[in-house]
Design a protein around this ligand. Structure first.
Ligand SMILES: Cc1cc2nc3c(=O)[nH]c(=O)nc-3n(C[C@H](O)[C@H](O)[C@H](O)COP(=O)(O)OP(=O)(O)OC[C@H]3O[C@@H](n4cnc5c(N)ncnc54)[C@H](O)[C@@H]3O)c2cc1C
Length: 380
């Protein structure tokens, strides 16, 4: 399929693929097995300007375009979704600042992210507030020139590793979701600590931790926008970040598909390559078609956002759930094509199937995405 990428986008794709193939691939098995956070790869992403793609030029970056980010994300995830998350979660963490922050906040925080010197993280989820993000219990109480944060965030990607956190807390509990606000909290602030690192099914090179706030005082100017706009900031962030989750899914599926087609030509049973069996051929044809369908939806959504369209919640949700359901199916089929070998850790499709699962869950489960799409369909 020809997606008519520009010269610049082709260059971004080529650099990302080179980084993924030459630097990420040799480490992915070990980092997955041992759950190692990829600080050395963070260094490589910084040197090759991949972090700079997260940020527009006026704040020290080179792009900030959703399409460019989708291209990088897809290429990195084609090799290892876990390692790519150091960058992916930084993108999610910086969006509240980029989309709703003040000029001072943008100038203060975004250049260091573009340089890859500081990672970011996004923190809304709590033990009793997952899909129901409006139910968060963390509080932020104004005390003179400071807010005092109390509460615990759960399953925060880049938790403990990132320096900059965009954190959602209630400034007025009586108002429900309209009482939520968003704050920037820096690592090292007294009263801000981390829980244990989670032991996960997939994306194991990505760090997932609790954030604990105990009378954590942050300057008043770390409030993003105004009190009460937290929920709106979170939704604006997700609308823009969900195509990146979809691109992760497309990348994972592409990687698994390439392994499956290669293996099908090498493996012989009944005296011929398994690729000569129609059952395998049809699976390969379906996998390739499903990947292109998802990629088309992701790229169309990314172009729609970059083109300046203001209403893209529906399309963002569509591409997130379609691509992640596709990735789960394609990676499962890839394991099937490799048979028993596909179930063993010596082939990467086993890891890809584990990694694909999270794309159906985070940044809003696929049930929630379907609800978003349906609500738009019924409203329009
Ligand atoms: C590895 C990992 C990394 C994560 N990273 C981050 C992060 O960086 N920052 C962050 O803030 N959060 C993060 N999360 C949290 C993630 O976004 C939530 O897990 C997710 O939103 C779902 O919440 P939950 O797990 O509490 O599930 P629940 O909300 O408890 O849902 C359980 C099930 O019920 C379904 N369900 C719930 N409500 C409805 C409904 N109204 N209609 C239909 N079905 C429904 C869900 O689809 C799901 O199948 C991460 C999670 C994981 C596992």
């Amino acid at each position: 399929m020809d997606y008519f990428l520009t010269e610049e986008q082709l260059e971004i794709k080529e650099i990302s693929r080179k980084v993924a193939e030459e630097k990420v691939k040799p480490l992915r098995e070990k980092y997955d097995e041992e759950g190692i956070f990829p600080w050395d790869m963070v260094e490589v992403f910084a040197q090759t300007d991949l972090f700079a793609i997260l940020v527009p030029e006026e704040y020290g970056g080179i792009s900030g375009k959703v399409m460019d980010l989708c291209i990088v994300t897809e290429e990195l995830c084609r090799v290892c979704a876990g390692i790519s998350m150091a960058m992916g979660a930084t993108g999610l963490g910086l969006y509240p600042i980029l989309l709703s922050g003040s000029e001072e906040q943008k100038q203060k925080y975004l250049p260091a992210i573009a340089d890859g010197k500081r990672l970011a993280a996004f923190a809304i989820t709590e033990a009793n507030a997952g899909s129901d993000a409006g139910a968060i219990e963390t509080t932020a109480t104004l005390d003179g020139d400071h807010y005092i944060l109390n509460g615990t965030k759960q399953w925060i990607t880049n938790g403990g590793e990132a320096e900059i956190y965009t954190v959602f807390a209630m400034t007025d509990k009586t108002k429900g979701a309209r009482g939520a606000s968003c704050f920037i909290v820096e690592k090292g602030t007294p009263g801000f600590s981390f829980g244990k690192k989670e032991n996960k099914m997939g994306i194991r090179a990505s760090a997932t931790r609790e954030l604990i706030f105990e009378d954590c005082r942050i300057p008043k100017e770390n409030l993003i926008a105004r009190e009460g706009l937290g929920f709106m900031i979170a939704m604006k962030t997700f609308d823009k970040s969900r195509p990146m989750v979809a691109a992760q899914a497309v990348g994972i599926a592409q990687g698994a598909f390439e392994e499956a087609i290669r293996y099908s030509k090498e493996r012989s049973q009944f005296g011929k390559p398994i690729s000569s069996f129609q059952a395998i051929q049809f699976m390969l044809a379906d996998m390739a078609t499903q990947i292109e369908a998802a990629r088309s939806l992701v790229y169309s959504t990314a172009r729609m956002i970059d083109g300046g369209n203001k209403r893209f919640s529906k399309e963002s949700a569509m591409c997130k759930y379609y691509a992640s359901d596709m990735a789960m199916k394609v990676t499962t089929d890839a394991v099937q094509i490799l048979g028993g070998y596909g179930y063993m850790k010596e082939y990467p499709v086993e890891k890809m199937m584990r990694d694909a699962k999270i794309t159906q869950i985070y940044e809003g489960t696929n049930q929630i995405q379907r609800s978003i799409v349906a609500s738009h369909l019924l409203k329009d």
